[in-house]
Design a protein around this ligand. Structure first.
Ligand code: B3K
Ligand code: ZN
Length: 885
């Protein structure tokens, strides 16, 4: 570790002593030596004058070659400033001055993909969180807002398109085949929203007419041969713009909205003001190359970045500890958007699955942090599922507590108060509270306490009084002295026919309960709390935590019978799915115990019957929501199963999971095959709810059947593959084949490669399907994949599709007993650490979970972490290692 690992603390936040009135940037682009001239008009803030700041001006800068510094036009000699590895210090006189800094950077050598870099020969930028300091010296912090003007000069033939934030105000030709463009962004913004693009790109154009009668020009830029694949992204953008006007009254503010797709990108996309830069994975889609999941991803990410224009850009974060202010809120907004576009229950299931399979693990592991982290070494490490997904759950709590209208009132007040400001999560909460005249202070507990809250639920029915008492106890596993969370708990009461009951809330409790449609929302605010309902003449069926109304682990002793009943009769569709999952989980866990006691696997009657009922529903009803049923029929995934255990027995979990799938397929082969046939449809691909659901059900059935591995099934899978009708079905078929040992597997994989070798996004699928395969020898295959000519350590998508997929999804192979895969991952991390620290840090995560496994595996994993610690260079990986050890 050579870099200084400075820890930043929320508690040490200090406002900046200066304000930057304007930033004037000039980029003279060249691949290996770009000159950046940065002219800033800076004003000392009266409130924090001389004594405190001692005249000192401290700008961030990393990896820059400083060429010159001018203060009010005067060139400073070296004595006039001080440069360190990470800063430039000056002591300017006066309250207002102009500072010009010229630096040189090398975009071509920038493999970290942070700052200014090249992707497929085009210049692009990524500044969030702290990448602007790799472009020029600046106050690289989100609370310094300024107006930017950017002039770009570049060779015209190589870089015909020159883009930056805001509006184009001038462009023209220069000598030597160069040209220029000047962009001006009238909205004040922090530097993390700065963007620049220069490249050989073409654009798909369209228009949007705002609710307040303005015409916005929409452009999606990509390399020429992908132009036909941008239509879905454009439609998604238009839908998102309309939705935000209708749901939140928020309209776009500039005259142009630009999106650029690039192939080398560390994450999904970036919301730079007026100029979003995207991983091409979240822009390009056509039926032949993208699956339903990809289509949904494009729509959601396009919407997400668009929504940031208000939640993030117009109102931004005071400091990076407030990241969830913009991310949690914007994820919540994109979830609501997708729910409206597709199906609310299905979207909720997808989100809850991701949360419980991945975020819960983060909450329980060494990276556990509250949605508002209290400290960090490398901010990029905190773009986590906790900040994003749990953050979105916490925003959802406000909506559940206040109702949709109350939430909207809070949003309106938030924008009225804070437009143009850099604020905190407390400001958001205060707006929600004031707009609704309620006290929401207790919500603070969700922001500062790490870990997933547990909630024990007990119900006591009293036939004599016809009343029912429901008691709750909340606790945090890792913290006995926690302060209780405010939990809105949605509950429904049903009779044995599945009809909704409306019991009366006992008088003492009425202030903490509200009835909304068929649900009661109980406001749980104490560690131990009881609610009582009257007028319940028969013991009701309880539908608990409807819609997963809070991100908690609910503990309630359901009987198999109750779950089977709810899975079929609950009026809350989310809870029908949830009950089927709980029953499946009980079944899995019972068999894991049997496995550990060396007893034979047994398929329990309750789950088998439910499975049969659900498959029959899919087969017999035209009204059935096939997506919901398909998800109900899908077993809880291995990652979620792992979450149920403090000490994980890998072999038991994996083998029981596989056996359960196979035994269901054996028992219901005929039914599953009929469902498969029923869902076969010869229709042109459309991205719509019905078709998506039908494909999902078909491929769920196919996946079960494939575990039987009979010749007949293999032929059927191969047929689906050969039809090549759309990527959703092709990929599903190839996934099934990839787990089988059959000549068909190899021929399909070879065919797929031949066909798609020049389509990077599709080729990623070829890599990841093989990395996730359950075949013997997959570890050896993965090693050859990283040596494949099309593999590249400098392309994050490719790295994720091989290393990420293998280590995160291929549980048994990654955790092979000899530890060879652990050592291999450590090697990969070390290699990546030199190329791209952000990606290296992400790849390390599976090793961080070492405490969950048996003693032998713990030793093996830990020793890899220790040896990495001695060798890594980046703050990113260092911080994670330090937390793990
Ligand atoms: N705000 C960006 C993420 C930046 C990640 C920096 N490591 C994309 C998003 O959340 O919309
Ligand atoms: Zn975001």
């Amino acid at each position: 570790m050579t870099l200084e690992a400075k820890v930043n603390y929320l508690s040490e936040y200090q406002p900046c002593d200066f304000e930057v009135l304007s930033v004037n940037l000039l980029f003279e682009l060249s691949a290996s030596s770009t000159l950046v001239t940065n002219r800033m008009l800076i004003k000392r803030l009266a409130s924090r004058s001389v004594s405190e700041s001692e005249n000192k001006l401290k700008l961030n800068g990393e990896g820059l070659v400083l060429k010159s510094v001018r203060l009010n036009g005067q060139l400073l000699s070296e004595a006039g400033f001080q440069v360190t590895q990470e800063h430039l210090f000056l002591s300017p006189e006066g309250d207002e001055f102009e500072l010009e800094v010229v630096t040189e950077i090398n975009p071509q050598a920038n493999t970290a993909l942070e700052g200014l870099y090249l992707s497929s020969g085009n210049f692009c930028t990524q500044c969030e969180a702290e990448g602007f300091r790799r472009i020029t010296y600046f106050f690289d912090r989100p609370d310094v807002l300024s107006v930017y003007q950017t002039k770009i000069i570049a060779d015209k033939q190589a870089y015909p398109v020159l883009l930056s934030n805001g509006n184009l105000i001038e462009s023209g030709e220069l000598a030597d085949g160069r040209h220029f463009a000047i962009w001006h962004d009238p909205f004040k913004k922090p530097c993390y929203l700065f963007a620049l693009i220069a490249g050989d790109l073409v654009s798909l154009e369209d228009q949007y007419f705002t609710a307040d009668n303005r015409t916005i020009k929409l452009c999606i830029y990509t390399d020429p041969h992908h132009l036909p694949h941008c239509r879905h992204a454009m439609d998604s953008l238009i839908h998102a713009m309309r939705w935000d006007e209708q749901r939140f009254g928020l309209t776009y503010d500039l005259d142009t909205y630009m999106i650029v797709a690039v192939d080398d990108f560390n994450m999904g996309a970036m919301e730079n003001k007026g100029l979003n830069i995207f991983n091409s994975k979240y822009v390009l889609a056509d039926p032949q190359t993208a699956t339903d999941v990809d289509y949904e991803g494009v729509e959601a990410v396009i919407a997400h970045e668009y929504f940031h224009n208000w939640t993030g850009n117009r109102v931004t974060c005071r400091d990076w500890f407030q990241l969830t202010l913009k991310e949690g809120l914007t994820v919540f907004r994109d979830q609501e958007f997708t729910a409206d576009r597709l199906s609310p229950a299905v979207k909720r299931i997808e989100d809850v699955r991701r949360l419980r399979s991945h975020q819960f693990a983060e909450d329980a592991g060494p990276m556990s942090h509250p949605i508002q982290p209290q400290s960090y070494i490398e901010m990029n490490n905190f773009y986590t599922l906790t900040v994003y997904e749990k953050g979105a759950e916490v925003v959802r709590l406000y909506q559940t507590l206040l109702g949709k209208d109350g939430f909207r009132k809070g949003m309106d007040l938030y924008f009225a108060r804070h437009d143009g400001q850099a604020v905190t999560v407390e400001d958001f909460r205060q707006a929600m509270a004031d707009a609704n005249q309620v006290d929401l202070d207790q919500m603070q507990a969700w922001y500062v306490q790490a870990g997933t809250p547990h909630l024990k639920v007990k119900a006591e029915y009293n036939a004599v009084n016809a009343s029912i008492k429901i008691g709750f106890q909340q606790y945090l596993k890792a913290d006995n002295s926690f302060s209780p969370f405010l939990i809105p708990f949605k509950i429904g009461f049903l009779n044995d026919q599945g009809e909704t009951l409306y019991p009366e809330v006992a008088a003492d409790y009425s202030s903490a309960v509200k009835l909304e449609g068929q649900d009661y929302v109980l406001k749980i605010s104490q560690e131990n709390q009881v609610f009582e309902f009257n007028g319940v003449s028969d013991k009701p069926q309880l539908s608990l935590l409807r819609g997963f109304s809070a991100p908690i682990i609910m503990e309630y002793q359901y009987s198999e019978k109750q779950l089977a009943f709810l899975a079929c009769h609950d009026t809350d569709s989310f809870n029908r799915w949830e009950s089927a999952q709980r029953l499946a989980l009980m079944e899995l866990m019972a068999n894991i115990a049997r496995f550990q006691a060396q007893q034979a696997y047994q398929l329990g009657a309750a789950y088998a019957d439910l499975f049969e009922t659900l498959v029959s529903q899919a087969l017999n009803s035209d009204q059935a929501d096939l997506a919901l049923l398909a998800y109900s029929l899908t077993l809880p995934d291995l990652n979620y199963l792992i979450e149920q255990y403090d000490a994980v027995d890998i072999e038991a979990l994996v083998s029981v999971h596989q056996q359960m799938k196979k035994s269901l397929a054996q028992k219901y082969e005929t039914l599953l095959f009929e469902v498969y046939q029923k869902c076969l449809a010869d229709q042109a691909y459309r991205y719509d709810k019905q078709q998506i659901a039908q494909r999902l059900m078909k491929n769920t059935a196919l996946s079960y059947l494939s575990s039987l591995a009979t010749d007949q099934i293999i032929t059927r899978i191969k047929q689906q593959y050969d039809q090549q009708s759309n990527m959703t079905d092709i990929q599903a078929a190839l996934q099934c084949l990839s787990n089988l040992t059959s000549p068909q597997t190899d021929s399909a994989l070879a065919h797929f490669y031949d066909k798609y070798q020049d389509e990077p996004l599709v080729l990623d699928k070829w890599f990841s399907i093989q990395a996730a395969s359950h075949r013997e020898g997959v570890f050896e295959t993965v090693q050859t994949l990283t040596a494949h000519p099309k593999f590249s350590y400098s392309n994050p998508n490719r790295v994720r599709s091989v290393i990420g997929v293998f280590c995160r999804q291929n549980i048994l192979a990654f955790h092979r007993k000899d530890g060879a895969a652990y050592a291999w991952l450590a090697e990969q991390v070390l290699k990546l650490d030199e190329i791209n620290p952000q990606v290296a840090a992400r790849m390390l995560v599976p090793l961080m979970q070492w405490r969950r496994f048996d003693a032998k595996r713990q030793d093996l994993m830990r020793s890899e972490l220790i040896s990495l610690m001695a060798n890594v260079q980046s703050k990113d990986v260092y911080e994670l290692l330090e937390k793990s050890l």
